[in-house]
Design a binder for this molecule. Structure first.
Ligand code: TRP
Ligand code: ZN
Length: 883
């Protein structure tokens, strides 16, 4: 059961062609009969024409076997309808009618994991974006909302749990060991939010009392044997419910909220109404199986899916061009939540790092697109970091411009005005304007223009008049289809510091004096003058990363050190450290390219030494300050990426830091070793572990057998207790050609071989290894007994990590990495085109590489173009990247 392949040229869908649906659907009754051989789906719906002149009804369908169609209880004859591979057209329909369609599908053959499929013995659905058409013929578009009832019939012993959206309203027994249930969803919804699950589960039960006193049943379903790993997720559900009530006044609206954890899942999780379906990766956790990072992700993803109940489900998207309406807004909400339950500065550093390492490269490459795109070929290619993370940044820009009070008023208006509707991004922005009285006309450009704006800032201080003037100039490079860009509305949060590191009171012509100002950039050039400035100040610009832009200011080293030590904005302390390190690294990269010897400036290591000795510093912030800018971020700053130079410079700096600060790192390591009770996930423990493990990474760079023994010892002692420490040690060892590495990998496999989710970490750590034989190892691992090309988590762990996180080995000069990935993608495309397309990303960014690598990468893309039967997913990305 493959997806429709790219026959000739697949069609492009345009936003400008949007037309309202021609029919409304009063209600939809679904009946599923699940058997080993096949599933029979009967759908009964009541349709009305919106416009009496409409003639035919066109329904979407894919990989379905049509059994029968009845209209108003009469079986249709073949001449009354037309059937193609993707459409069912019912000819000359009346104004109002009922339609009953029976189809058969084979979930056990569905490797796309879209529609109804099997994950092990479990039946599960994934309908977003266009999976419902793989279940039955329907108006598969998000602006067709209707009431659902779902009856499920299956074997009582094999499928004791039969779940769908809404409330369970009836159930009963049948002959032949079969049983049935009926679910009814009281809320109208689009079909992408439909869900069905049938299987044998263990159930973690809890409850939540809402602010209005309603009691909500909370259910988490997992495979047998994993119940003890669901507590983190359950706590997260309750925290998220409380947070949405306290921060947005939003209460949960059904009597039961269910989550099912599934092993085979294309993405992270899905917000189906009342029945969220999760990748096991974002549910299962206990200290010996999940890292602290996993714990944070679980909280965030659980909150994200829960928050969709209001931003996505109660108010949904009119069409898929509006995807960021729900995703950008919901990411913004989950980021705010995570910041509130962890640490605002650390959370922001984390979010911005992700944006810069993924979204900035996307926005600078051939697949750059606006947050509201105007065309697509395959919508599943648009679940991008631009739609999600840049979309979230735009919401944050709006919040910054309006202030928190007016922003909340805008959200309230959005919820009351559009509850139950399928709306557009424009509707959202208008609600913000109407509630605040602010004009967001220019702000809309954030949704229309792709590319990352660059703001260059220069400063001038006049000692005589005590005036300090900042000149901010904005620009944005062309992106595909957008050669010219208009100036954007950019809020630049700004503070000024004196040379003692004290914040200065800001006095400008607009508004009251304060410690922080939001400079509003609207023109190409903006000038702001601060009055009564006693000395030439040090500006802290774009605080808390107030807009998704690149900012340039020519700081001196001393100024950066001052900001690192004294800025009152934690994010900008880190930002100053990154600018400092980045400047140093880029200089070393140039030196390396000129084949001159590299030299380490002592000032930098002394700075890090003083930070390590600062016992007041938040340990997570300190860990971030001690971490160099990523290879990807450095590559972003080079006209032509020089993979070898980036690595040579970065490894050189790391080794010098480790050598100079060995004693400090060793002391830090020992001070932060956690005790038995320290295995628990608390913020204090997370900070200690993180700092200790940053120290360990540096120590493991030193060619000292005692330190390597220390690393292996941490691995061995933590293996039964704490995955964070296990993985940190394993990661450190993984880059070293020493016996401890092989021993640890073997010990890890022996311990966890029966836990597929944990073996993913074992695959990933090997795929990220900097050792020269990583590619042959990865190739060998694709044939390992634990690898399964049909399981997305396995593919992401091994192939995704290699292509996206191992720049050095993936970009091997001979093109072997490209060849391997190209071949793998073509093999995977036949099974799961959505996951195959996600793996393609690193090959599409060939333009940034030197000409020899670029040619080798293009060669792989061209092979794909010549391969008959590639999916639309691959076709779209390859053609756009070669264009
Ligand atoms: N709506 C989901 C989320 O962000 C994303 C998602 C779930 C998805 N399943 C998918 C995207 C399948 C593409 C394909 O919460
Ligand atoms: Zn989402």
């Amino acid at each position: 059961m493959t997806k429709t392949p790219a026959q000739n040229t697949p069609a492009t869908i345009y936003l400008k062609d949007y037309a309202r649906p021609e029919f409304t659907i009063e209600k939809l009754d679904l009946e599923f009969e699940l058997t080993a051989a096949m599933t029979t789906v009967k759908s009964t719906m009541e349709l009305h024409k919106v416009d009496a002149t409409t003639q035919h009804l066109v329904l979407q369908g894919e990989a379905l076997e049509l059994i029968s169609i009845s209209m108003n209880k009469n079986i249709l004859l073949p001449e009354q309808y037309r059937l193609t591979a993707t459409q069912l057209t019912i000819l000359a329909v009346p104004e109002t009618f009922s339609l009953e369609i029976i189809v058969q599908i084979k979930p056990q053959e569905n490797t796309q994991l879209s529609g109804l499929y099997r994950s092990g013995a479990t039946f599960v659905t994934q309908c977003e974006a266009e999976g419902f058409r793989r279940i039955t013929y329907f108006l598969d578009r998000p602006d067709v909302l209707t009431h659902y009832t779902t009856k499920i019939i299956a074997d009582r012993h094999q499928y004791p749990h039969l779940l769908s959206n809404g409330n369970l309203v009836a159930k009963g027994e049948l002959e032949n060991q079969r049983h049935w249930v009926k679910w009814e969803d009281p809320f109208r919804k689009p079909c992408y939010l439909f869900a069905l699950v049938a299987g044998q589960f263990e159930l973690l039960e809890d409850y939540f009392i809402t602010q209005s006193g309603r009691r909500i049943l909370l259910h988490i379903y997992t495979e047998k044997g994993y119940l003890d790993q669901c507590h983190c997720a359950m706590q997260a559900v309750k925290k998220a419910m409380t947070w949405d009530e306290e921060n947005y006044g939003r209460e949960y609206d059904l009597d039961i909220f269910m989550i099912v954890a599934i092993s085979d899942f294309n993405s992270g999780a899905m917000e189906n109404k009342g029945l969220n379906i999760f990748n096991t990766k974002y549910i299962l956790a206990k200290p010996d199986t999940a890292t602290d990072e996993d714990y944070i992700y679980i909280q965030t993803v659980v909150a994200h899916e829960y928050f969709h109940n209001w931003t996505g489900n109660r108010i949904t998207c009119r069409d898929w061009f509006q995807l960021s309406l729900k995703e950008g807004l919901t990411v913004f909400r989950d980021q705010s939540f995570t910041a509130d339950v962890t640490d605002h500065g650390v959370a922001r550093i984390y979010d911005v790092n992700k944006l810069r390492n993924r979204q900035f490269p996307e926005d600078a490459g051939p697949l750059a697109h606006p947050v509201r795109p105007d065309s697509y070929i395959e919508i599943s290619n648009f679940y991008t970091t631009t739609i999600y993370e840049k979309g979230a940044e735009i919401i944050r820009v709006i919040q910054t411009l309006l202030g928190k009070v007016l922003f909340r008023r805008g959200m309230d208006l959005y919820f009351t005005r559009h509850d139950g509707q399928a709306v557009t991004i424009e509707d959202f922005v208008r609600a913000m304007e109407d509630a605040s009285g602010m004009n967001l006309t220019q702000c809309r450009l954030w949704y229309e223009q792709a590319g990352t704006p660059l703001v260059k800032v220069t400063a001038d201080y006049d000692a005589a008049t005590k005036r300090y003037t900042l000149t901010l100039e904005q620009g944005c490079l062309p992106t595909p289809g957008q050669p010219y860009k208009k100036p954007m509305h950019i809020p630049v949060r700004t503070a000024l510091f004196d040379h003692q590191g004290q914040t200065l009171l800001l006095d400008t012509d607009d508004g009251r004096p304060g410690l922080e100002k939001i400079l509003q950039l609207k023109e190409i050039t903006t000038t702001v003058t601060f009055k009564n400035v006693p000395e030439r100040p040090i500006p802290s610009l774009l605080r808390h990363f107030s807009a998704p832009i690149k900012l340039q200011f020519d700081y001196s080293e001393e100024e950066l050190v001052l900001l690192i030590k004294h800025d009152t904005d934690a994010f900008n302390r880190w930002e100053a450290s990154q600018i400092y390190a980045q400047r140093l690294l880029l200089e070393l990269i140039a030196t390396y390219q000129q084949k001159r010897p590299l030299q380490m400036p002592e000032k930098f290591t002394e700075l890090l030494r003083s930070l390590l000795n600062d016992k007041q510093l938040n340990k997570q912030l300190l860990s971030a300050l001690l971490t160099l800018p990523s290879e990807i971020y450095l590559a972003e700053h080079m006209a032509v990426v020089d993979v070898e130079a980036i690595f040579a410079a970065r490894e050189f700096v790391k080794l010098n830091i480790a050598t100079a600060l060995r004693a400090e790192f060793f002391a830090t390591y020992q001070e932060n070793v956690t005790t038995e009770t320290g295995i628990i996930f608390t913020l204090a423990n997370v900070g200690k572990r993180q700092l200790k493990n940053v120290a360990l990474q540096y120590l493991l760079l030193l060619p000292d057998p005692a330190l390597r023994k220390l690393g292996h010892q941490q691995f061995v002692t933590s293996l039964p207790l704490n995955m964070t420490d296990t993985m940190a040690a394993l990661r450190g060892l993984s880059h070293l050609a020493i016996p401890e590495r092989e021993l640890a990998l073997e010990q890890f496999y022996t311990r966890w071989r029966h836990e597929p989710l944990i073996i993913d970490k074992w695959f990933a750590v090997q795929a990220a290894s900097l050792l020269p034989d990583t590619l042959p190892q990865v190739e060998r691992l694709t044939h390992h007994e634990a690898f399964d090309i049909k399981n997305p988590n396995k593919v992401y762990a091994l192939i995704g990590t290699f292509g996206q996180q191992n720049m050095l080995r993936f970009h091997a000069a001979d093109g072997a990495g490209y060849h391997f990935l190209g071949k793998f993608i073509l093999q995977l495309d036949k099974l799961n085109s959505n996951v195959a397309a996600r793996m393609l990303k690193p090959l599409t960014e060939w333009r940034r590489q030197d000409s020899s690598r670029a040619a080798l990468m293009c060669a792989q893309l061209e092979i794909m173009m010549r391969t008959p039967g590639i999916s639309n997913d691959i076709y779209e990305l390859v053609t756009k990247s070669l264009a």
